[in-house]
Ligand binder design. Sequence first.
Ligand SMILES: [Zn+2]
Length: 75
Amino acid sequence: MVNSNFIDNEYSDIFERNRVYEFTICHEIGHCFGLADLGFFDTRNSVMSEYANKITTYQPTVNDINGVKASYDLN
Ligand SMILES: [Zn+2]
């Protein structure tokens, strides 16, 4: 669920705020494809990681694409 109040309060810069919205939407779409949230200390480069840099990670990464391919046996 997108909490816009949290994002708006946390990021005052409009460029960063928009990137975080893109990250969040991409993350939620990842769930639609069956990807799970990554663990607390998992810092893999992925939109599914809570600890990804949300400013630079706003599109699916290679790890995300590989995760979807593996889920649907597309490798
Ligand atoms: Zn999630």
